[in-house]
Write a protein that binds this ligand. Structure first.
Ligand SMILES: *[C@@H]1O[C@H](CO)[C@@H](O)[C@H](O)[C@H]1NC(C)=O
Length: 441
């Protein structure tokens, strides 16, 4: 009986460890930069911001005092140490707590946040019926974090009762795929999810989601959804959707592009709005399509020794514009070796944004030791993969002459010599006969 109760107690301790200490100890203490605008310094070339070292302790509920093992760095001001409560444990992601001593560090920035209503058409309905703005009277912060795996981005908005340094996460927006690659024509999912503190008075007042595209300074709205009135804004973008049900039930704001096109490459910004608040993460999409290759003429004509063959290799339908074209030759010994690179033409852009480019090889069959031929390969090295096109090359009669051939050649030479001699003799003798004729007349 006592044994049984001991086991029971032990398992309770284990369970408590599992649910409390153990789970919360995985919440990291985060080294962070506290970034804020400098007061009284406008203009000039340097951005008017200041950076101070900061330390964030994360816990999943206000009662647990965990993860305070890490001492603040000596040059971190005690004013910049924050005790954050994050019930959703978003900030406890393993990608934010790399093993001790690893060189890669997660990135973290925390700043004061200015809460304000938005005029955007799909956000404005959130603030029409006012709730107690008293809730807004507090210290608000936003934090932006990047995991060491280069795949995780988190942006949070936090509220701390004035001057407490103990902010609570109210809204967090996360992407687990901050850099996405896709082949052409495939469906693409750009991950974005959000969480709202259900105990916050802002949580029942609706939300809005916006996806915006940016590339080389130009931007456009891809999709905007007003979750309060359940309305999608009109946009020019075709084939971009959200899973509306998943959005309301699980905060899944991922953008679905039905068919990847080259013009989709760029930065996508997922913004989630609550009344007076917003948080956003950026996702990079790159469409990477390797080239298709073809060799012309194919098959190659038979080449005589000493002849120069012009061979053309065309690479088409690839993106991005970053490719190396080269030639290889594989002879009877089966070893591939590089040939001269050939002359590469300028690129052309097709209607769908893909590129084509080609290379011309002037293959001098006498210069290279090509034997009787082999396999000629055009090689394209592209971020989407290496592609090869092959054709066979045959060179006739390029063997060194055998004894019989030499004998035959000598024979032919002798016959030719005799023939020339005979013709010469016939002409000269007939010429002399003519001279004699003339003299006689
Ligand atoms: C979000 O929704 C998309 C589309 O339905 C789905 O493929 C994806 O797995 C969902 N993500 C999560 C985290 O549930």
């Amino acid at each position: 009986m006592t044994e049984l109760s001991t086991i029971y107690k032990l398992s309770l301790v284990a369970a408590a460890c599992f649910f409390h200490a153990c789970s919360s100890s995985s919440c990291p203490a985060l080294d962070c930069w506290f970034v804020q605008e400098k007061v009284g310094r406008g203009g000039g070339l340097t951005p008017p911001t200041s950076q101070e070292k900061s330390l964030l302790y994360i816990r999943t509920d206000t009662n647990s005092h965990s993860a305070e093992s890490q001492e603040p760095l000596s040059d971190t001001s005690p004013d910049r140490v924050y005790f954050i409560t994050d019930p959703a444990a978003t900030l406890c992601h393993h990608s934010l707590s790399p093993p001790k001593g690893s060189i890669e560090k997660p990135q973290c920035e925390i700043s004061p946040f200015l809460q304000q209503p938005s005029n955007l058409k799909w956000v404005a309905p959130l603030t029409v019926s006012g709730f107690s703005p008293l809730y807004l009277q507090a210290d608000w912060f936003s934090a932006a974090l990047r995991g060491v795996d280069k795949e995780l981005a988190i942006s949070t908005v936090m509220r701390a009762p004035t001057a407490t340094k103990e902010p609570n996460v109210i809204l967090s927006v996360t992407s687990k795929t901050v850099s996405v690659q896709s082949r052409l024509g495939k469906p693409v999912l750009l991950d974005c999810g959000f969480w709202v503190d259900p105990s916050s008075p802002l949580s029942g007042s609706g939300f809005a989601v916006e996806w915006r595209y940016q590339f080389r300074g130009k931007g456009r709205l891809v999709l905007a959804y007003d979750g309060k009135t359940d309305r999608l804004a009109d946009t020019q973008e075709k084939g971009a959707t959200l899973d509306i049900e998943g959005l309301h039930k699980k905060g899944n704001a991922s953008l679905i592009l039905q068919e990847a096109k080259v013009r989709h490459s760029g930065t996508y910004i997922c913004t989630v709005y609550l009344p007076y608040l917003l948080a956003q993460v950026a996702v990079e999409l790159e469409i990477v399509e390797p080239p298709s290759l073809s060799i012309h003429p194919s098959p190659l004509p038979l080449a005589a020794p000493g002849q120069t063959l012009n061979v053309h290799c065309q690479a088409s339908g690839f993106a991005p514009l970053s490719m190396e074209l080269s030639w290889e030759f594989k002879g009877a010994d089966g070893k591939a070796r590089p040939l001269e690179s050939g002359s590469v033409t300028g690129h052309r852009e097709a209607w769908d944004g893909t590129y084509s480019q080609s290379t011309w090889l002037a293959l001098d069959t006498s210069k290279m030791d090509l034997g009787t031929g082999g396999e000629l390969t055009c090689v394209a090295v592209h971020p989407g993969g290496t592609r090869r096109a092959r054709t066979s090359l045959s060179i006739i009669g390029l063997t060194s002459p055998s004894i019989e051939d030499s004998m035959a050649m000598v024979g032919v030479a002798l016959v030719l010599y005799g023939l020339i001699k005979f013709v010469f003799w016939t002409f000269t003798s007939s010429g002399e006969a003519e001279k004699l004729d003339k003299k006689e007349k």
